[in-house]
Design a binder for this molecule. Structure first.
Ligand code: SIN
Length: 289
C-alpha cells in the first residue's frame, strides 16, 4: 500500500488522507484502510487526486455497490454519475443539497454513502458542511431522547413530491435537472428515529429538515417543536466539519451517520462536482434490534 497519512479535522468528524494514489486500481489493503478511515471519521477528504470518472467509480465501489439515485437526472452517458453543476450565470437560485439533509432518507433503504469529486470550484465559497449524527445522539439531552426513543421518524420526498413541494423560488434550479411533482415521492416512509449505522453498528440520529415530516404516533403540529429542537441540536458546530474545496479533492461520506449542506454563496462563478453513490453491500442491520 502507498503511504497513508490521516489528519483529523475535528474531534469527531472528518479527516484528510494524504498519500494514496487512487487513479489506478485500488488493492485490498488500501481499500480496507479507506473503509476503516471512513468508519472512524464519517467523512474523509482525499486531496490532489483529480480522478476521471472510471477512477471515481472504482473508488466508490470500495465502499459499496454503485447505486443510482432516483429523481435526479444523471449525466447523459454516465447513468451512475450526477454532475452537480451551478453555472456562473445562475444567480439567486437554490443549489442542489443547499439545506441540511441526509440523502434520500425517504426511500425504503437509503444509500449508504456518496463520493463527491471536485472538478471545478469557485474562487470563494461553495463549501460543504457535514454534521455527525452519532456524536449528536451521544450529546442529546435525556428529555429529547425520551421524546424519540422507540419511535419512528416519518420521512417524505418533499422536494420531489406534490403535497410538500417547496415554493418555486426556493427550489434548486438550473443546471442540475430533477424530476419534480411525482406523487410517488409523497409516500410516507417510517424509519427508526435512532438508526443503526450498518458500517459500525453505532446508533445515530435520523432526522433531517429536508425530509423528516413528523414522529410516529404524533401529528405534524405535535412533532414540530420536538423536530425543531432536535434539528437545532444536530447541526451544532461541535458536530460539524466545513470543507473548503480545491479542484482534485474527493470526499467520501457515510450517509447513515452524517447530514450535509452545500453552501450557496458563490453566485457569478461556476462550480462542478461529479457525484457517485454507493449502497449497502450486504444485509447489514439498519434498525435497532
Ligand atoms: C449534495 O450531494 O448534497 C451536494 C453537495 C455539494 O454540492 O457540496
Amino acid at each position: 500500500m502507498s503511504a497513508f497519512d490521516i489528519r483529523p479535522l475535528t474531534r469527531w468528524t472528518g479527516a484528510e488522507i494524504f498519500g494514496p494514489d487512487l487513479t489506478g486500481p485500488i488493492g485490498e489493503e488500501l481499500a480496507a484502510a479507506l473503509r476503516d478511515a471512513l468508519a472512524s471519521w464519517q467523512v474523509i477528504f482525499l486531496p490532489d487526486q483529480h480522478l476521471d470518472i472510471p477512477a471515481q467509480k472504482r473508488l466508490t465501489q470500495v465502499f459499496g455497490p454503485l447505486e443510482r439515485c432516483p429523481y435526479v437526472v444523471p449525466m447523459d452517458d454516465e447513468p451512475d454519475v450526477i454532475a452537480v453543476l451551478k453555472e456562473a450565470g445562475e444567480v439567486n437560485v437554490g443549489v442542489f443539497g443547499g439545506d441540511w439533509h441526509s440523502d434520500f432518507s425517504f426511500l425504503p433503504v437509503p444509500p449508504l454513502g456518496s463520493v463527491l469529486n471536485a472538478v471545478e470550484v469557485p474562487p470563494f465559497g461553495g463549501d460543504t458542511l457535514w454534521a455527525n449524527q452519532v456524536a449528536a445522539l451521544d450529546a442529546l439531552s435525556a428529555d429529547l431522547r425520551a421524546e424519540i426513543d422507540g419511535r419512528d421518524a416519518i420521512h417524505i420526498g418533499k422536494p420531489y413530491g406534490v403535497s410538500h413541494a417547496p415554493k418555486e423560488e426556493e427550489r434548486s434550479g438550473g443546471s442540475i435537472r430533477m424530476v419534480r411533482d411525482d406523487p410517488q415521492a409523497d409516500r410516507e416512509m417510517p424509519h427508526p428515529a435512532i438508526r443503526i449505522d450498518p458500517v459500525s453498528g453505532k446508533p445515530a440520529l435520523n432526522f433531517n429538515p429536508t425530509y423528516a415530516l413528523r414522529l410516529s404516533g404524533r401529528t405534524e403540529a405535535e412533532s414540530a417543536p420536538i423536530l425543531d429542537a432536535i434539528q437545532r441540536h444536530t447541526t451544532r458546530p461541535e458536530f460539524c466539519v466545513r470543507h473548503r474545496w480545491r479542484a482534485g479533492t474527493v470526499a467520501v461520506w457515510n450517509n447513515y451517520t452524517t447530514m450535509h449542506y452545500a453552501v450557496n454563496d458563490y453566485d457569478g462563478h461556476r462550480r462542478l462536482m461529479y457525484r457517485t453513490t454507493f449502497g449497502i453491500a450486504d444485509d447489514r442491520q439498519t434498525s435497532p434490534s
